[in-house]
Write a protein that binds this ligand. Structure first.
Ligand code: GLA
Length: 380
């Protein structure tokens, strides 16, 4: 859909033109999984599966319409509280609730229409994109001067305090700060970004298992508490500050499962740093090895993979043109990300989906992705 398309959707839903139109992308993550809430390193990129938004100020309540899901529950942004609803509009409400403190007075209520091309349940951050899309239009219509980094922080605040998922900041930063043609090496402690161009001749492919993610928020929050427990055992602020020497020296005092969770985070941080150099040097063998090791570590140490993700990763590894592949996002279903030699793209997709289907009985889907810019207004 285009800016004109979402304007048209808005007109049909509300009977007049919107004041503003914006866009926020979904993301893939090349490497650095479950490291962000440990103050570690991640390597995401914003993709051309995104969410268009059209909005206008409208009192006395905020109304929401999604092309994919229909109407969300309305609310007054100045009185809404966490726990308000299970409707998809909780992300809109949560973003407004998070922004209120930055407004001098009240925040205006909005009419909002959204259209998303981000597959839901595939682990490519449809919720962060919705938060950022709402962030950019509220920022404009309420005449605030928040930059995209700040909107990303507020998106994470919304997720943690309003929605109730203790997520890190990777998804919101990727949707906010993406840059066309570049992945971003992000230090989640300082929020500094080193943009890294994806080498010519390689394409990012999202290999969706079509197994919807399940049980994510409880299992996710559990992993996060295990990491916090590990930090306490090791006497460090966050696992970012630990290394394998320290972990192994403390091994006999730590529950076995907590040891494995910490080992994943410590080795994944190191892999993310090594990946940055390997990509810059065009060492594609190392890029592939690191992605495979990341998947195995998520599978055996962190235990956030599932049979379908394992089958998809194995199918991709065996396919022509595959440089590297691994599960991406929180896990427990969703998608793998693969870096593929562009000249072999169609063979890669055909072979991966065929082998995956034989192994799992499921019809997966593979989409090549362009890497795009982050959230912004398209028209005001
Ligand atoms: C989800 C969270 C992110 C990150 C990933 C795992 O996408 O929202 O903050 O923790 O899982 O890397």
């Amino acid at each position: 859909m285009t800016a004109d398309g979402i304007r048209q959707v808005f007109r049909e839903a509300y009977g007049h033109n919107p004041e503003v139109v914006g866009i926020a992308p979904g993301r893939i993550n090349l490497i650095g999984e479950h490291t962000d809430y440990n103050d570690g390193f991640v390597f995401p990129a914003a993709i051309d599966r995104g969410l268009l938004i059209a909005a206008s100020i409208s009192e006395p309540s905020t109304q929401t319409f999604s092309v994919q899901i229909g109407n969300g529950e309305p609310f007054d942004v100045n009185s809404v509280k966490p726990g308000f609803s299970d409707s998809w509009s909780k992300y809109v409400a949560g973003m407004g609730w998070s922004i209120i403190d930055r407004a001098e007075d009240k925040l205006p209520n909005l009419k909002i229409a959204v259209d998303s091309s981000i597959p839901i349940g595939s682990g490519v951050s449809s919720s962060a994109a919705l938060e950022l899309a709402c962030g950019v239009v509220w920022n404009f219509l309420a005449k605030l001067v928040l930059d995209n980094r700040e909107l990303a922080r507020l998106g994470q605040f919304c997720e943690n305090r309003f929605v109730g998922v203790n997520s890190g900041i990777m998804d919101q930063m990727a949707s906010a700060m993406g840059r066309e043609g570049h992945a971003m090496f992000l230090d989640t402690r300082t929020l500094t970004i080193e943009y890294a161009s994806v080498p010519d001749g390689l394409t990012v492919v999202l290999c969706d298992t079509k197994k919807e993610r399940a049980l994510t928020s409880s299992a996710y929050n559990e992993r996060r508490s295990q990491c916090e427990m590990a930090s306490q055992f090791l006497g460090v602020k966050k696992l970012r500050d630990a290394d394998m020497k320290l972990l192994d020296a403390t091994k006999k005092h730590i529950p076995e499962v907590v040891y494995r969770r910490a080992r994943h985070v410590i080795t994944e941080n190191a892999r993310c740093v090594a990946f940055k150099s390997a990509l810059a040097q065009g060492d594609l063998n190392l890029v592939g090895t690191l992605m495979r090791e990341s998947h195995q570590s998520l599978r055996y140490d962190y235990e956030v993979s599932c049979d379908e993700l394992d089958s998809m990763a194995e199918s991709a590894w065996a396919a022509p043109g595959c440089v590297g592949a691994r599960m991406t996002g929180a896990g427990f279903g969703g998608a793998c990300v693969a870096l593929v030699k562009t000249e072999k793209l169609s063979q890669f997709i055909e072979s991966t989906l065929h082998i995956y289907n034989l192994a799992s009985g499921l019809a997966g889907e593979a989409m090549s992705c362009r890497i795009v810019d982050g959230a912004r207004l398209l028209e005001a």
